[in-house]
Design a protein around this ligand. Structure first.
Ligand SMILES: Cc1ncc(COP(=O)(O)O)c(C=O)c1O
Length: 401
């Protein structure tokens, strides 16, 4: 296979596509995917979390009761059940069902992409956390927007810094972000959660400066301790919040199902631009799965398993990491964010780590700023065998010391 940069047609690719292919993140990604090492790199659910028995039951029920209709464009009645299941989940989170509407998508990332399609033009500004989920950064980059990065502290997005930045932009006559993207619960990659007070202040700023908020709740169902904080979408009286969620972490990424909840005119605008059709068969299967109570029943054991994984990773870090290292202690989600001595470059050390038998994601992948995050890394406790964590972190410690 020829390198894409040498291929004659690659000249025709967009500047955004070429930038992504040339970036160091893309190369690291490919190396990591094939590495023979304990994988602490990716936020994959562990394979035994997939309820094959329940999924099989749902597939068989849908086929037995709807037959070929379930496989047609549009699907059958089970496909419609999913929307009510999602609506019920939103209502249970305190989101007003009379003020919002639901749009099913092929995952949370697809939902973010669909929002961008409706709102963004090249040159617009999108505000994000610094660091943030690299999948969403890629989506924003694809739209040719300016990315404004805002700091994250132990309590998630630093809302004071956001206020300062907005006031500075207004004073300088610079454009105000159209969208602010935030992962409010167990942020990827830092694991931090925005407080209720922070959420209320953020919504007041959205009103004052007139921007929309994309709230990514990919991990909201995976809280292992502490009090639930109401989502921005539940605190929002002005219809500024578009909340995206996914079944990727609670059922399986391969079902490619997520959704967004937004004020009805916003949902309609996003829906009007949607292309590609709906995966109605998968919707039917997951509609049955939710209606039969399988999702609700699976959540407590899932939380217990992930909490135990988190604790084992934190224990291993405590035991092995050098004194100069610090890391987060998340109440939920999949990730621990590790910061190392300034002199350590985690992009440079990745090959040594793979040779030593462990993988991680270098911190630089989570920033739009190409010079940021070089002394940080993200570890995921979601996928690898927890019995391997201790040796893996011992190996990591030798590489980053
Ligand atoms: C914050 C966040 N949003 C979205 C996703 C992806 O969700 P989906 O697989 O539904 O696109 C992830 C998964 O890694 C994530 O961490």
């Amino acid at each position: 296979m020829r390198d894409s940069a040498e291929h004659p047609v690659s000249e025709l690719l967009t500047p955004e596509a070429r930038t992504t292919l040339d970036g160091s993140g893309y190369g690291s990604w490919r190396r990591l995917a094939t590495a023979d090492a304990v994988s602490l790199a990716f936020g994959f659910p562990y394979p035994d979390s997939f309820r094959l028995d329940r999924l099989r039951e749902s597939i068989e029920t849908v086929l037995a009761s709807e037959g070929r209709q379930a496989l047609q464009y549009g699907g059958g009645e089970y496909a419609d059940l999913l929307e009510s299941a999602v609506r019920n989940r939103a209502t249970a989170r305190g989101i007003d069902p009379d003020e919002t509407a639901v749009l099913l998508t092929n995952g949370a990332t697809h939902a973010v992409d669909s929002v961008c399609r409706a709102f963004l033009e090249p040159g617009d500004v999108v505000a994000v956390e610094r660091p943030t989920f690299m999948g969403s950064l890629t989506v924003f980059r694809n739209f040719g927007v300016e990315i404004e990065e805002l700091p994250v502290d132990d309590a998630g997005l630093d809302v004071d810094a956001l206020a300062d930045r907005l006031h500075a932009r207004r004073a300088a006559g610079d454009p105000i972000p159209k969208l602010l993207y935030t992962i409010t619960d167990f942020q990827n990659p830092t694991g931090t959660t925005l407080s209720r007070k922070g959420r209320e202040r953020l919504l007041a700023l959205a009103d004052e400066f007139d921007f929309a908020v994309v709230e990514d709740g990919a991990y909201t169902d995976l809280r292992y301790e502490g009090e639930t904080v109401p989502p921005l979408a539940a605190l929002d009286d002005a219809g500024r919040v578009i909340r995206v969620e996914s079944f990727a972490k609670t059922i399986a990424p391969g079902v490619r199902l997520g959704w967004l909840v937004a004020a009805e005119p916003i949902r309609d605008a996003i829906d009007a631009l949607a292309a590609g059709g709906a995966n109605t068969f998968t919707r039917s299967v997951i509609g049955h799965y939710c209606d039969a109570g399988h999702l609700e029943a699976s959540l407590p054991p899932l939380r217990e398993a992930y909490a135990a994984r988190r604790d084992r990773l934190l224990d291993a870090l405590e035991r092995h990491m050098p004194a100069s290292a610090t890391w987060t202690d998340p109440d939920g989600g999949f990730f621990v964010w590790v910061e190392l001595d300034e002199s350590v470059d985690t992009d440079d050390r990745l090959d040594d780590a793979i040779d030593a038998g462990v993988t991680y994601l270098p911190g630089s992948m989570f920033y739009a700023d190409p010079d940021a995050g070089s002394n940080a890394l993200r570890l995921s406790f979601s996928y690898a065998d927890p019995d391997a964590f201790d040796d893996a972190i011992a190996a990591l410690a030798t590489v980053v010391d």
